[in-house]
Design a protein around this ligand. Structure first.
Ligand code: ASP
Ligand code: MG
Length: 418
């Protein structure tokens, strides 16, 4: 039994979906669970739609029209107008119509999940219909009945016992007759509301299915040849790893490498299931395998870039020292506002953190903190992490950049730059 994950870039247009089917055809006879993300940049568009709706901004309708047009153009390239998939897609999109007709719910994250999830629901309808059309017997599965989460919207916490139980109850039987296509990134609560698992969470979905079913391996099919030491969009002369240990992969994702979702590795590591990262345009090529006892070869340091960072400094209003009581209070606010800290430093009078900018959460955090503390911040920054650095790579990294904060440990250096 194999689990495949196809991300947004692999299904961004009609050619991508045709290619997906040709990749899947190579595995004829295998039991396959296929996890699919929203097509192309759909999740970003639906995020914008959610924000416009909550802000009472008229652009909500234009954004929605564009999302629909994008999907219908692809549908028309793949199917005859009379194909039932047109209705399936329309019936899925109508959920957004129903939401935006009403007044916004006061929980932003709840609304976000109900709207943004439509991207995966539509994508899987299209992929499933196309696989069947291409002669691959496939079945569409609503993942919200299988991956059970609590109601932490936008970051659903998986309830493993329940999830494992229903997956094992149903999926092996389904796989006897067909492959299964399901949505990445989504979960369901006990009240049947939709949750999401965090941006780029489809990898995690694949890993949950694999761990529950004891799969032979997970393959995530990407637009890169495997895992590289740095993102080729931002850095030159990148090299691919043939193998990586689970621990190195966990470290990379912790520091923000977007190649795999951070929660993906642990369930696979516990179950000793290898994760392969392969190219969907070159499926024969070996890619990168993340596994036990991998031979880590760091011919070049690993560089991870996180953009859209904020450096936030907090100090006491009466200029007193930052004490453990202050820190405890400050961390309480971070936890309440769901703001994660990427890097931090304390001095006598201030506490400084580097965080991702999520506007809504950041606004809440500022509000909460400014009651008792003085807050200053600097946005539009980047956090660069280098693992297995060498002295020369380190000086090259900081050259021609304004470094606002730096931390160096034996293995890893992090700098926040303008
Ligand atoms: N579609 C979601 C996102 O773009 C989940 C994923 O791609 O894994 O974040
Ligand atoms: Mg994506």
């Amino acid at each position: 039994m194999l689990v495949f994950k196809f991300g947004g870039a692999s299904v961004k247009d009609a050619d991508g979906i045709v290619n997906l089917a040709s990749v899947v055809k190579r595995f004829e006879g295998e039991q396959l669970v296929i996890v699919v993300s929203a097509m192309g940049k759909t999740t970003n568009a639906l995020e914008k739609l959610t924000k416009a709706y909550i802000d009472g901004d008229d652009t909500v309708h234009d954004i929605f029209e564009n999302v629909k047009k994008y999907h219908y153009t692809i549908l028309e390239q793949l199917f005859e107008r009379s194909h039932p998939v047109f209705d399936e897609v329309a019936n899925t999109f109508v959920e957004i119509d129903w939401i935006i007709e009403d007044e916004p719910h006061d929980d932003y994250d709840f609304t976000y999940d109900q709207i943004v999830s439509i991207g995966e629901l539509v994508a899987t309808r299209i992929v499933n219909a196309y696989l069947n059309k291409a002669g691959i017997k496939s079945r569409w599965l609503d993942v919200r009945g299988y991956i059970h989460t609590d109601n932490t919207y936008r970051e659903g916490i998986v309830q493993w016992d329940k999830t494992r139980f229903v997956i094992n109850r149903d999926i092996p039987g389904l796989l006897q007759n067909s492959i299964v296509v399901t949505q990445g990134f989504l979960g369901g609560t006990s009240e049947n509301f939709t949750t999401t698992l965090g941006r780029e969470g489809s990898d995690y979905t694949a890993s949950i299915f694999a761990a529950c079913l004891g799969a032979e391996s997970v393959t995530t099919w990407k637009d890169v040849p495997g895992i590289l030491n740095a993102d080729p969009k931002f850095f030159e002369d990148t090299v691919k790893f043939d193998e990586l240990s689970y621990n190195e992969a966990i470290e990379m994702t912790f520091y923000g490498a977007s190649v795999i979702h951070p929660k993906t590795i642990k369930p696979l590591q516990n179950a000793k299931i290898p994760l392969m990262v392969k190219s969907f345009t070159d499926p024969e090529a070996p890619g990168t395998v993340i596994k036990d006892n991998a031979v880590n070869q760091f011919l070049k340091p690993i560089i991870i870039l996180k953009q859209n960072q904020v450096l936030l400094s907090v100090s006491a209003k009466d200029y007193s020292f930052i004490s453990e009581n202050h820190l405890s209070e400050i961390f309480g606010f971070f936890s309440k506002c769901h703001v994660k800290v990427n890097m931090m430093q304390t001095s006598a009078l201030s506490f400084t953190v580097c965080i991702d900018l999520y506007e809504e959460r950041f606004k809440k955090l500022l509000q909460a903190l400014s009651h008792d503390f003085k807050v200053k911040y600097n946005d539009g920054l980047s956090l660069i992490t280098m693992r297995h650095y060498t002295p020369s790579s380190l000086s090259a990294l900081a050259a021609d950049k304004t470094v606002l904060l730096e931390q160096v440990s034996r293995n890893t250096v992090q700098i926040v730059v303008k």
